[in-house]
Design a protein around this ligand. Structure first.
Ligand SMILES: [Fe+2]
Length: 521
Protein backbone atom coordinates (compact mmCIF):
# COMPACT_ATOMS: atom_id res chain seq x y z
CA UNK A 1 0.00 0.00 0.00
CA UNK A 2 1.77 3.19 -1.06
CA UNK A 3 1.89 5.99 1.46
CA UNK A 4 0.48 9.41 0.73
CA UNK A 5 4.05 10.67 0.43
CA UNK A 6 4.88 7.99 -2.15
CA UNK A 7 1.79 8.84 -4.19
CA UNK A 8 2.75 12.52 -4.20
CA UNK A 9 6.33 11.66 -5.10
CA UNK A 10 5.16 9.65 -8.11
CA UNK A 11 2.88 12.47 -9.19
CA UNK A 12 5.85 14.86 -8.89
CA UNK A 13 8.05 12.59 -11.00
CA UNK A 14 5.33 12.47 -13.67
CA UNK A 15 4.68 16.20 -13.45
CA UNK A 16 7.98 17.12 -15.02
CA UNK A 17 6.83 15.58 -18.26
CA UNK A 18 3.13 16.39 -18.26
CA UNK A 19 2.40 19.58 -16.37
CA UNK A 20 2.41 22.91 -18.14
CA UNK A 21 1.90 25.38 -15.30
CA UNK A 22 -0.28 28.33 -16.13
CA UNK A 23 1.30 31.77 -16.31
CA UNK A 24 0.18 33.92 -13.43
CA UNK A 25 -0.07 37.59 -14.43
CA UNK A 26 1.79 39.91 -12.10
CA UNK A 27 -0.16 42.96 -10.96
CA UNK A 28 1.54 46.38 -11.22
CA UNK A 29 3.56 47.02 -8.11
CA UNK A 30 3.55 50.78 -7.84
CA UNK A 31 4.03 50.67 -4.08
CA UNK A 32 7.38 48.95 -4.46
CA UNK A 33 8.42 50.84 -7.58
CA UNK A 34 9.71 47.64 -9.11
CA UNK A 35 8.18 46.33 -12.29
CA UNK A 36 7.40 42.68 -12.92
CA UNK A 37 10.14 40.84 -14.76
CA UNK A 38 8.85 40.62 -18.33
CA UNK A 39 10.64 37.49 -19.54
CA UNK A 40 13.84 35.60 -19.05
CA UNK A 41 14.40 31.91 -18.56
CA UNK A 42 14.92 29.60 -15.59
CA UNK A 43 18.03 27.87 -16.88
CA UNK A 44 19.47 27.29 -13.38
CA UNK A 45 16.34 25.49 -12.21
CA UNK A 46 14.89 25.91 -8.72
CA UNK A 47 16.08 24.97 -5.25
CA UNK A 48 14.95 25.05 -1.66
CA UNK A 49 16.84 25.32 1.59
CA UNK A 50 16.28 23.42 4.81
CA UNK A 51 13.08 24.29 6.62
CA UNK A 52 14.57 24.90 10.03
CA UNK A 53 14.35 28.19 11.91
CA UNK A 54 11.00 29.75 11.13
CA UNK A 55 11.09 29.83 7.38
CA UNK A 56 11.43 27.72 4.27
CA UNK A 57 13.58 29.38 1.62
CA UNK A 58 12.90 28.93 -2.10
CA UNK A 59 15.34 29.94 -4.83
CA UNK A 60 15.65 30.52 -8.54
CA UNK A 61 17.68 32.56 -11.02
CA UNK A 62 16.27 34.57 -13.93
CA UNK A 63 18.59 34.25 -16.91
CA UNK A 64 18.37 37.35 -19.08
CA UNK A 65 17.38 39.64 -16.21
CA UNK A 66 18.06 43.24 -17.27
CA UNK A 67 17.10 45.08 -14.08
CA UNK A 68 15.75 44.24 -10.62
CA UNK A 69 12.14 43.15 -10.89
CA UNK A 70 9.33 41.14 -9.34
CA UNK A 71 8.62 37.47 -9.89
CA UNK A 72 5.61 35.54 -8.62
CA UNK A 73 5.90 32.38 -6.57
CA UNK A 74 3.37 29.75 -5.53
CA UNK A 75 3.46 27.02 -2.89
CA UNK A 76 1.05 24.09 -3.04
CA UNK A 77 0.38 20.78 -1.35
CA UNK A 78 0.11 18.96 -4.68
CA UNK A 79 2.28 18.94 -7.83
CA UNK A 80 -0.65 20.07 -10.00
CA UNK A 81 -1.04 23.21 -7.83
CA UNK A 82 -4.74 22.56 -7.23
CA UNK A 83 -4.22 23.31 -3.51
CA UNK A 84 -2.10 26.48 -3.38
CA UNK A 85 -1.39 27.31 0.26
CA UNK A 86 0.66 30.46 -0.25
CA UNK A 87 1.72 32.77 -3.05
CA UNK A 88 3.33 36.15 -3.43
CA UNK A 89 6.02 38.18 -5.12
CA UNK A 90 9.70 38.44 -4.54
CA UNK A 91 12.56 40.36 -6.12
CA UNK A 92 15.05 39.07 -8.64
CA UNK A 93 18.21 41.07 -7.97
CA UNK A 94 21.01 41.94 -10.33
CA UNK A 95 23.29 42.44 -7.30
CA UNK A 96 22.69 38.82 -6.27
CA UNK A 97 23.61 37.43 -9.69
CA UNK A 98 19.99 37.57 -10.92
CA UNK A 99 18.71 35.26 -8.22
CA UNK A 100 15.38 35.51 -6.43
CA UNK A 101 14.73 34.03 -3.01
CA UNK A 102 11.61 33.91 -0.90
CA UNK A 103 11.35 32.92 2.75
CA UNK A 104 7.98 31.26 3.24
CA UNK A 105 6.63 31.40 6.77
CA UNK A 106 6.38 28.02 8.44
CA UNK A 107 2.79 28.60 9.60
CA UNK A 108 1.53 27.82 6.06
CA UNK A 109 3.63 24.65 5.88
CA UNK A 110 2.47 21.24 7.11
CA UNK A 111 5.28 19.55 9.12
CA UNK A 112 6.69 16.37 7.59
CA UNK A 113 4.66 16.71 4.41
CA UNK A 114 5.79 17.24 0.80
CA UNK A 115 5.19 20.65 -0.74
CA UNK A 116 5.57 21.97 -4.29
CA UNK A 117 6.60 25.39 -5.55
CA UNK A 118 7.29 27.33 -8.73
CA UNK A 119 8.12 30.83 -9.94
CA UNK A 120 6.72 32.91 -12.81
CA UNK A 121 7.81 35.97 -14.74
CA UNK A 122 5.30 37.60 -17.09
CA UNK A 123 6.12 35.19 -19.88
CA UNK A 124 8.00 32.27 -18.39
CA UNK A 125 7.45 29.54 -15.81
CA UNK A 126 10.07 27.83 -13.71
CA UNK A 127 10.24 24.07 -13.31
CA UNK A 128 8.28 22.72 -10.33
CA UNK A 129 10.27 22.16 -7.15
CA UNK A 130 9.44 19.97 -4.18
CA UNK A 131 10.54 19.71 -0.55
CA UNK A 132 9.53 17.83 2.56
CA UNK A 133 8.83 20.17 5.45
CA UNK A 134 10.67 19.66 8.74
CA UNK A 135 9.11 17.10 11.02
CA UNK A 136 7.64 18.28 14.32
CA UNK A 137 10.08 18.00 17.26
CA UNK A 138 8.18 15.10 18.82
CA UNK A 139 8.00 13.03 15.62
CA UNK A 140 9.14 9.45 16.14
CA UNK A 141 8.88 8.57 12.45
CA UNK A 142 12.16 7.32 10.96
CA UNK A 143 14.02 10.19 9.31
CA UNK A 144 16.08 9.80 6.12
CA UNK A 145 18.75 12.10 4.76
CA UNK A 146 21.09 11.92 1.76
CA UNK A 147 24.68 13.04 2.32
CA UNK A 148 27.07 14.01 -0.48
CA UNK A 149 30.15 16.05 -1.28
CA UNK A 150 32.62 16.89 -4.03
CA UNK A 151 31.24 17.37 -7.53
CA UNK A 152 34.15 18.44 -9.74
CA UNK A 153 32.25 19.18 -12.95
CA UNK A 154 34.87 18.14 -15.44
CA UNK A 155 35.80 14.91 -13.62
CA UNK A 156 32.49 13.14 -14.11
CA UNK A 157 28.81 13.26 -14.97
CA UNK A 158 26.29 13.80 -12.19
CA UNK A 159 24.64 10.38 -12.40
CA UNK A 160 24.64 10.26 -8.61
CA UNK A 161 22.46 13.39 -8.46
CA UNK A 162 19.95 11.74 -10.79
CA UNK A 163 19.90 8.82 -8.37
CA UNK A 164 19.55 11.11 -5.36
CA UNK A 165 16.62 12.91 -6.98
CA UNK A 166 14.71 9.61 -6.93
CA UNK A 167 15.42 8.86 -3.25
CA UNK A 168 12.71 9.36 -0.65
CA UNK A 169 14.52 11.58 1.85
CA UNK A 170 13.62 14.40 4.22
CA UNK A 171 16.71 16.47 3.52
CA UNK A 172 19.90 16.49 1.47
CA UNK A 173 23.13 17.48 3.21
CA UNK A 174 26.07 18.75 1.13
CA UNK A 175 29.34 18.61 3.05
CA UNK A 176 31.31 20.80 0.69
CA UNK A 177 33.17 21.14 -2.59
CA UNK A 178 29.94 22.07 -4.32
CA UNK A 179 32.21 23.78 -6.82
CA UNK A 180 35.90 23.48 -7.58
CA UNK A 181 37.79 26.73 -8.04
CA UNK A 182 39.99 25.12 -10.67
CA UNK A 183 39.57 22.42 -13.32
CA UNK A 184 41.78 19.41 -13.93
CA UNK A 185 42.63 18.26 -17.41
CA UNK A 186 41.82 16.16 -19.25
CA UNK A 187 38.24 15.88 -18.00
CA UNK A 188 35.17 14.15 -19.35
CA UNK A 189 33.52 17.51 -20.11
CA UNK A 190 34.88 21.03 -20.47
CA UNK A 191 34.99 23.78 -17.86
CA UNK A 192 36.01 27.03 -19.54
CA UNK A 193 35.07 29.35 -16.68
CA UNK A 194 37.39 32.06 -15.36
CA UNK A 195 39.28 34.91 -16.96
CA UNK A 196 41.68 32.50 -18.66
CA UNK A 197 38.92 30.07 -19.73
CA UNK A 198 40.68 27.24 -17.94
CA UNK A 199 38.37 26.71 -14.97
CA UNK A 200 40.50 28.76 -12.55
CA UNK A 201 38.10 31.19 -10.86
CA UNK A 202 39.16 34.09 -8.66
CA UNK A 203 37.01 37.21 -9.20
CA UNK A 204 33.35 37.41 -8.17
CA UNK A 205 32.30 37.22 -11.83
CA UNK A 206 34.50 34.12 -12.22
CA UNK A 207 32.86 32.39 -9.25
CA UNK A 208 29.40 33.31 -10.48
CA UNK A 209 30.16 31.81 -13.89
CA UNK A 210 31.26 28.62 -12.13
CA UNK A 211 27.95 28.30 -10.27
CA UNK A 212 26.02 28.97 -13.48
CA UNK A 213 27.96 26.21 -15.24
CA UNK A 214 27.32 23.67 -12.47
CA UNK A 215 23.67 24.65 -12.04
CA UNK A 216 23.03 24.21 -15.77
CA UNK A 217 23.47 20.45 -15.30
CA UNK A 218 20.10 18.70 -15.63
CA UNK A 219 20.91 15.99 -13.07
CA UNK A 220 21.97 18.52 -10.44
CA UNK A 221 18.83 20.52 -11.17
CA UNK A 222 16.74 17.38 -10.70
CA UNK A 223 18.26 16.80 -7.26
CA UNK A 224 17.60 20.37 -6.17
CA UNK A 225 14.05 20.27 -7.54
CA UNK A 226 13.30 17.07 -5.63
CA UNK A 227 14.69 17.91 -2.17
CA UNK A 228 15.60 20.73 0.12
CA UNK A 229 19.31 20.95 0.82
CA UNK A 230 21.56 22.25 3.58
CA UNK A 231 25.06 22.97 2.26
CA UNK A 232 28.41 23.71 3.90
CA UNK A 233 31.55 24.93 2.27
CA UNK A 234 34.88 23.16 2.08
CA UNK A 235 38.30 23.99 0.71
CA UNK A 236 37.30 24.31 -2.96
CA UNK A 237 34.24 26.48 -2.36
CA UNK A 238 36.22 29.06 -0.42
CA UNK A 239 39.98 29.34 -0.66
CA UNK A 240 41.78 27.86 2.36
CA UNK A 241 44.76 29.44 4.10
CA UNK A 242 46.76 31.88 1.97
CA UNK A 243 49.83 30.65 0.14
CA UNK A 244 53.06 32.58 0.12
CA UNK A 245 54.11 34.26 -3.11
CA UNK A 246 51.96 35.17 -6.05
CA UNK A 247 50.57 31.72 -6.84
CA UNK A 248 47.79 29.69 -5.24
CA UNK A 249 48.04 26.11 -4.01
CA UNK A 250 47.56 24.78 -7.57
CA UNK A 251 50.21 27.06 -9.04
CA UNK A 252 47.74 29.46 -10.67
CA UNK A 253 48.89 33.09 -10.80
CA UNK A 254 46.91 35.23 -8.37
CA UNK A 255 44.67 37.77 -10.06
CA UNK A 256 43.19 38.92 -6.73
CA UNK A 257 44.48 38.68 -3.17
CA UNK A 258 43.64 35.69 -0.99
CA UNK A 259 41.31 37.82 1.16
CA UNK A 260 39.36 39.06 -1.87
CA UNK A 261 39.15 35.56 -3.32
CA UNK A 262 37.89 34.16 -0.02
CA UNK A 263 35.13 36.78 0.10
CA UNK A 264 34.23 36.18 -3.55
CA UNK A 265 33.86 32.46 -2.91
CA UNK A 266 31.68 33.06 0.14
CA UNK A 267 29.44 35.56 -1.61
CA UNK A 268 28.84 33.36 -4.66
CA UNK A 269 28.17 30.36 -2.37
CA UNK A 270 25.56 32.27 -0.36
CA UNK A 271 23.94 33.67 -3.52
CA UNK A 272 23.38 30.16 -4.76
CA UNK A 273 22.41 28.35 -1.55
CA UNK A 274 18.90 29.13 -0.37
CA UNK A 275 19.54 28.85 3.33
CA UNK A 276 19.30 31.52 5.96
CA UNK A 277 22.57 32.98 7.16
CA UNK A 278 22.82 33.80 10.87
CA UNK A 279 21.85 37.41 11.57
CA UNK A 280 24.90 38.40 13.56
CA UNK A 281 27.68 36.35 12.00
CA UNK A 282 26.94 35.65 8.36
CA UNK A 283 30.04 33.49 7.96
CA UNK A 284 29.04 31.11 10.74
CA UNK A 285 28.17 27.80 9.15
CA UNK A 286 28.15 25.45 12.13
CA UNK A 287 24.68 24.74 13.44
CA UNK A 288 22.21 22.11 14.63
CA UNK A 289 19.16 21.07 12.62
CA UNK A 290 16.50 19.15 14.55
CA UNK A 291 14.93 16.39 12.46
CA UNK A 292 12.31 15.20 14.94
CA UNK A 293 12.80 13.15 18.09
CA UNK A 294 15.08 10.57 16.48
CA UNK A 295 17.84 12.68 14.96
CA UNK A 296 19.70 15.93 15.44
CA UNK A 297 22.01 17.01 12.66
CA UNK A 298 24.97 18.75 14.29
CA UNK A 299 27.22 20.19 11.60
CA UNK A 300 30.69 21.68 12.10
CA UNK A 301 32.74 24.00 9.90
CA UNK A 302 36.12 22.30 9.49
CA UNK A 303 37.41 24.79 6.99
CA UNK A 304 37.65 28.16 8.65
CA UNK A 305 38.95 27.87 12.22
CA UNK A 306 41.80 25.36 12.17
CA UNK A 307 45.51 25.78 12.78
CA UNK A 308 47.58 25.29 9.60
CA UNK A 309 47.82 21.75 8.27
CA UNK A 310 50.97 20.05 9.61
CA UNK A 311 53.51 18.27 7.41
CA UNK A 312 53.35 18.21 3.64
CA UNK A 313 51.71 15.20 2.08
CA UNK A 314 54.14 12.88 0.44
CA UNK A 315 54.02 9.42 -1.09
CA UNK A 316 54.94 7.33 0.77
CA UNK A 317 53.94 9.32 3.87
CA UNK A 318 55.95 9.39 7.04
CA UNK A 319 54.87 9.91 10.66
CA UNK A 320 53.88 13.52 11.31
CA UNK A 321 55.21 14.68 14.70
CA UNK A 322 53.69 18.19 14.61
CA UNK A 323 50.20 16.64 14.31
CA UNK A 324 50.59 15.40 17.90
CA UNK A 325 51.01 18.90 19.39
CA UNK A 326 48.30 19.14 22.10
CA UNK A 327 47.82 22.86 21.48
CA UNK A 328 46.67 22.43 17.89
CA UNK A 329 43.00 22.97 17.13
CA UNK A 330 40.87 21.90 14.19
CA UNK A 331 37.54 23.38 15.21
CA UNK A 332 38.71 26.48 17.07
CA UNK A 333 37.91 27.03 20.75
CA UNK A 334 34.49 28.66 20.27
CA UNK A 335 33.17 26.06 17.85
CA UNK A 336 34.55 23.18 19.94
CA UNK A 337 32.79 24.43 23.07
CA UNK A 338 29.58 24.79 21.05
CA UNK A 339 29.94 21.25 19.66
CA UNK A 340 30.39 19.74 23.12
CA UNK A 341 27.28 21.54 24.39
CA UNK A 342 25.24 20.38 21.41
CA UNK A 343 26.36 16.76 21.76
CA UNK A 344 25.80 16.68 25.51
CA UNK A 345 22.38 18.32 25.48
CA UNK A 346 20.90 16.90 22.28
CA UNK A 347 17.54 15.31 23.14
CA UNK A 348 17.55 13.21 19.97
CA UNK A 349 18.18 9.47 19.82
CA UNK A 350 20.82 9.79 17.09
CA UNK A 351 23.35 12.59 17.08
CA UNK A 352 24.43 12.93 13.43
CA UNK A 353 27.72 14.79 13.79
CA UNK A 354 28.55 15.96 10.27
CA UNK A 355 31.65 17.76 9.05
CA UNK A 356 33.86 18.21 6.05
CA UNK A 357 36.65 15.73 6.59
CA UNK A 358 37.42 12.16 7.63
CA UNK A 359 37.76 11.68 11.38
CA UNK A 360 39.14 8.11 11.47
CA UNK A 361 42.83 7.69 10.89
CA UNK A 362 43.86 6.72 7.39
CA UNK A 363 47.39 5.32 7.36
CA UNK A 364 49.28 4.21 4.31
CA UNK A 365 51.93 2.55 6.43
CA UNK A 366 51.25 1.97 10.11
CA UNK A 367 51.39 5.23 12.04
CA UNK A 368 51.98 7.32 8.89
CA UNK A 369 48.83 9.22 7.94
CA UNK A 370 47.89 9.61 4.30
CA UNK A 371 46.35 13.05 4.68
CA UNK A 372 47.11 15.47 7.52
CA UNK A 373 44.60 17.95 6.09
CA UNK A 374 41.91 16.03 7.97
CA UNK A 375 41.60 14.94 11.63
CA UNK A 376 44.88 13.00 11.43
CA UNK A 377 46.56 16.43 11.55
CA UNK A 378 44.83 17.26 14.87
CA UNK A 379 45.34 14.17 16.97
CA UNK A 380 44.90 15.73 20.43
CA UNK A 381 41.58 17.32 19.57
CA UNK A 382 40.24 14.05 18.16
CA UNK A 383 41.24 12.32 21.40
CA UNK A 384 39.63 15.10 23.44
CA UNK A 385 36.31 14.73 21.64
CA UNK A 386 36.36 10.94 21.88
CA UNK A 387 37.14 11.01 25.59
CA UNK A 388 34.45 13.64 26.10
CA UNK A 389 31.81 11.33 24.58
CA UNK A 390 33.02 8.38 26.65
CA UNK A 391 33.28 10.31 29.94
CA UNK A 392 29.86 11.91 29.52
CA UNK A 393 28.38 8.61 28.31
CA UNK A 394 27.05 10.26 25.17
CA UNK A 395 26.04 7.39 22.93
CA UNK A 396 24.62 7.03 19.43
CA UNK A 397 26.88 9.63 17.87
CA UNK A 398 27.43 9.00 14.17
CA UNK A 399 29.97 10.93 12.19
CA UNK A 400 29.12 11.83 8.56
CA UNK A 401 31.94 13.26 6.48
CA UNK A 402 33.38 13.70 3.00
CA UNK A 403 36.28 15.40 1.25
CA UNK A 404 38.30 12.28 0.49
CA UNK A 405 36.21 11.11 -2.49
CA UNK A 406 36.16 7.52 -1.32
CA UNK A 407 33.69 5.32 0.60
CA UNK A 408 34.71 4.42 4.16
CA UNK A 409 32.85 3.12 7.22
CA UNK A 410 34.30 2.32 10.61
CA UNK A 411 34.89 3.27 14.21
CA UNK A 412 36.38 6.51 15.43
CA UNK A 413 38.49 5.71 18.46
CA UNK A 414 40.27 7.96 20.93
CA UNK A 415 43.51 7.50 18.97
CA UNK A 416 41.84 7.34 15.58
CA UNK A 417 43.26 3.82 15.23
CA UNK A 418 42.47 0.33 16.48
CA UNK A 419 44.57 0.79 19.63
CA UNK A 420 42.11 3.40 20.98
CA UNK A 421 38.66 3.10 22.57
CA UNK A 422 35.75 3.33 20.10
CA UNK A 423 33.64 6.44 20.78
CA UNK A 424 31.51 6.84 17.67
CA UNK A 425 31.02 5.43 14.17
CA UNK A 426 31.79 7.17 10.90
CA UNK A 427 30.42 6.96 7.35
CA UNK A 428 32.02 8.68 4.37
CA UNK A 429 29.93 8.58 1.23
CA UNK A 430 32.43 8.93 -1.59
CA UNK A 431 32.09 11.85 -4.00
CA UNK A 432 29.59 12.76 -6.67
CA UNK A 433 32.19 12.96 -9.41
CA UNK A 434 35.58 14.07 -8.03
CA UNK A 435 38.48 11.70 -8.50
CA UNK A 436 39.13 9.26 -5.67
CA UNK A 437 42.27 7.90 -4.04
CA UNK A 438 43.21 5.45 -6.85
CA UNK A 439 42.92 8.22 -9.44
CA UNK A 440 45.18 10.37 -7.28
CA UNK A 441 47.79 7.62 -7.21
CA UNK A 442 47.37 7.07 -10.93
CA UNK A 443 48.26 10.71 -11.53
CA UNK A 444 51.31 10.53 -9.28
CA UNK A 445 52.53 7.03 -9.96
CA UNK A 446 51.86 6.55 -13.62
CA UNK A 447 48.67 4.53 -13.69
CA UNK A 448 49.84 0.98 -12.98
CA UNK A 449 46.56 -0.87 -12.14
CA UNK A 450 48.39 -3.55 -10.15
CA UNK A 451 50.01 -0.87 -8.03
CA UNK A 452 46.65 0.82 -7.44
CA UNK A 453 45.14 -2.50 -6.35
CA UNK A 454 48.10 -3.12 -4.05
CA UNK A 455 47.71 0.30 -2.43
CA UNK A 456 43.98 -0.33 -1.90
CA UNK A 457 44.74 -3.62 -0.16
CA UNK A 458 47.42 -1.93 1.90
CA UNK A 459 44.90 0.68 3.09
CA UNK A 460 42.62 -2.11 4.31
CA UNK A 461 45.45 -3.97 5.95
CA UNK A 462 46.94 -1.17 8.01
CA UNK A 463 43.61 0.40 9.07
CA UNK A 464 41.71 -2.34 10.92
CA UNK A 465 39.37 0.21 12.53
CA UNK A 466 37.93 0.75 9.04
CA UNK A 467 35.21 -1.86 8.52
CA UNK A 468 34.61 -1.09 4.87
CA UNK A 469 36.23 0.81 2.02
CA UNK A 470 35.33 1.01 -1.64
CA UNK A 471 37.74 2.85 -3.90
CA UNK A 472 36.41 2.43 -7.41
CA UNK A 473 32.98 4.05 -7.29
CA UNK A 474 31.68 7.58 -6.76
CA UNK A 475 28.34 8.19 -5.03
CA UNK A 476 26.59 9.28 -1.83
CA UNK A 477 25.07 7.79 1.30
CA UNK A 478 21.54 7.52 2.63
CA UNK A 479 21.13 7.57 6.41
CA UNK A 480 17.92 6.41 8.06
CA UNK A 481 17.56 7.06 11.80
CA UNK A 482 15.14 4.61 13.42
CA UNK A 483 14.19 4.19 17.06
CA UNK A 484 16.56 1.27 17.75
CA UNK A 485 19.01 1.28 14.87
CA UNK A 486 20.59 3.43 12.22
CA UNK A 487 20.69 2.13 8.65
CA UNK A 488 23.16 3.48 6.09
CA UNK A 489 23.28 2.70 2.37
CA UNK A 490 26.26 3.53 0.18
CA UNK A 491 24.81 4.23 -3.27
CA UNK A 492 26.74 4.65 -6.49
CA UNK A 493 26.31 4.96 -10.25
CA UNK A 494 28.12 2.24 -12.15
CA UNK A 495 30.30 4.95 -13.73
CA UNK A 496 30.64 8.73 -13.86
CA UNK A 497 32.55 8.69 -17.14
CA UNK A 498 29.38 8.52 -19.25
CA UNK A 499 25.96 10.02 -18.48
CA UNK A 500 22.90 8.00 -17.54
CA UNK A 501 24.56 5.12 -15.65
CA UNK A 502 22.49 2.78 -13.50
CA UNK A 503 22.55 3.17 -9.70
CA UNK A 504 23.60 0.34 -7.41
CA UNK A 505 23.76 -0.13 -3.65
CA UNK A 506 27.36 -0.94 -2.79
CA UNK A 507 26.74 -1.87 0.83
CA UNK A 508 24.15 -1.55 3.59
CA UNK A 509 25.18 -1.01 7.22
CA UNK A 510 23.46 -1.17 10.58
CA UNK A 511 24.49 0.63 13.76
CA UNK A 512 22.69 -0.81 16.80
CA UNK A 513 21.44 1.61 19.43
CA UNK A 514 23.83 2.06 22.35
CA UNK A 515 27.12 0.88 20.78
CA UNK A 516 29.64 2.52 18.42
CA UNK A 517 29.66 -0.57 16.23
CA UNK A 518 29.01 -1.18 12.54
CA UNK A 519 27.40 -4.29 11.07
CA UNK A 520 27.57 -5.00 7.35
CA UNK A 521 24.17 -6.35 6.28
FE1 LIG B 1 36.54 17.37 -2.74
Amino acid sequence: MPTRREILNRAFAAAGATLAPRIVPIAPASARRLAPVPGGTFDSGVASGPGFLRRQTLWTRIHGLERDGLVNWELARDPAFAKVVAHGRTTARRAADDTAQVAVERRVIAPGEPHFYRFHTQSANSPVGRFVACRPPDSREPVRIAVWSCQAYEEGFYNAHRGMAAEDVDLVLCLGDYIYERAVKPGVRPDHTGANHDGDVQTLDDYRAKYRLYRADADLQAMHAAHSQLAFWDSHDVEPSPTTGDRDQYGAARRVTHEVRLRNGMQAFLENMPQPAPRTNRDRMYRTVRLGALADLIVTDEQRYHDPYPCSQSIPPSPCEPALDPKRTYLGATQKAWLKRELEHSPARWKLFAGGTMMMSLDLTRGAPFNTGQWDGYVAERRELGEFLLTKRIRDVVRLSGDIHTFFAGQVTTTGRSDGIPALTEFIGGSISSNGIPEGFRDRLGGDPALIAAITEQVKLVNPHIAYTEQRHRGYCIVEARADELIVDFRAPETVLTPGARMVTLQRFRVPRGEPRIELI
